[in-house]
Write a protein that binds this ligand. Structure first.
Ligand SMILES: *[C@@H]1O[C@H](CO)[C@@H](O)[C@H](O)[C@H]1NC(C)=O
Ligand SMILES: *[C@@H]1O[C@H](CO)[C@@H](O)[C@H](O)[C@H]1NC(C)=O
Ligand SMILES: *[C@@H]1O[C@H](CO)[C@@H](O)[C@H](O)[C@H]1NC(C)=O
Ligand SMILES: *[C@@H]1O[C@H](CO)[C@@H](O)[C@H](O)[C@H]1NC(C)=O
Ligand SMILES: *[C@@H]1O[C@H](CO)[C@@H](O)[C@H](O)[C@H]1NC(C)=O
Length: 173
């Protein structure tokens, strides 16, 4: 169980050679709340890719966000893989507790303007999130199973399903 936990945490944090982004899908399910200005993966060179997302928000300020994050592993379709957590993002930002969420947040916070407490009075931007930015020591010592994975994220704003972001990853040797 501990190993699976680390595998999941290591998704965005382990060494570059092992992880590559394969696809990114963003969808505003409620177009009254916002719209994705862009949502893409760019390749810098053969080994480095980054993710950039810009969400325009129409219903500012936002003071109540619930997020569901699920890890999936490909095995004749994407199947739930260990991690499925729903949390109140504004509460989390005020007082981060959950250790895996803290890891996700640490991966993201230097690359996103979501890195402050609520309310949000601006568009949401994730700028150039690299796989290689946050190498962790333990990732070197853990056997990470090869394969295709996905991280499914759903955002609820004031309890209304607002948008989904699916990030697909491949782990190779
Ligand atoms: C995006 O969300 C809308 C509204 O829920 C849905 O009808 C549509 O099929 C979704 N698009 C994709 C590509 O998932
Ligand atoms: C690819 O780009 C990254 C980021 O700019 C750089 O750190 C890395 O050394 C580059 N790799 C190669 C093979 O050029
Ligand atoms: C967000 O709204 C839900 C339901 O209305 C409530 O339970 C929760 O405490 C709110 N969160 C914040 C940070 O206000
Ligand atoms: C965050 O970004 C700053 C400035 O770009 C950089 O100096 C710092 O090392 C980064 N921190 C991490 C943990 O990547
Ligand atoms: C928040 O993100 C911005 C970039 O969007 C960065 O310049 C800043 O250093 C980040 N702050 C923290 C506390 O990570």
């Amino acid at each position: 169980m501990l190993r699976k936990l680390f595998v999941c945490m290591a998704f965005l944090t382990c060494i570059v050679a092992h992880v590559t982004f394969t696809n990114l899908k963003c969808n505003f399910t409620d177009r009254k709340i916002g719209n994705f200005q862009h949502c893409h993966i760019k390749a810098v060179n053969r080994t480095h890719k980054y993710v950039s997302v810009h969400a325009n928000i129409y219903t500012k300020p936002i003071n109540n966000v619930t997020i569901n994050i699920r890890c999936m592993r490909y095995n004749s379709g994407y199947k739930p893989f260990f991690f499925d957590v729903t949390f109140d993002a504004c509460k989390f930002l005020k007082q981060p507790r959950h250790p895996i969420l803290i890891l996700f947040y640490n991966t993201l916070k230097n690359r996103s303007n979501m890195n402050h407490t609520c309310p949000y009075n601006h568009d949401i931007i994730v700028d150039k999130l690299f796989t290689g930015d946050h190498e962790l020591e333990f990732a070197r010592y853990l056997p990470i199973p090869m394969g295709d994975y996905a991280i499914y994220v759903i955002f609820y704003i004031y309890k209304v399903k607002a948008c989904t972001i699916n990030l697909y990853l491949r782990i190779t040797n």
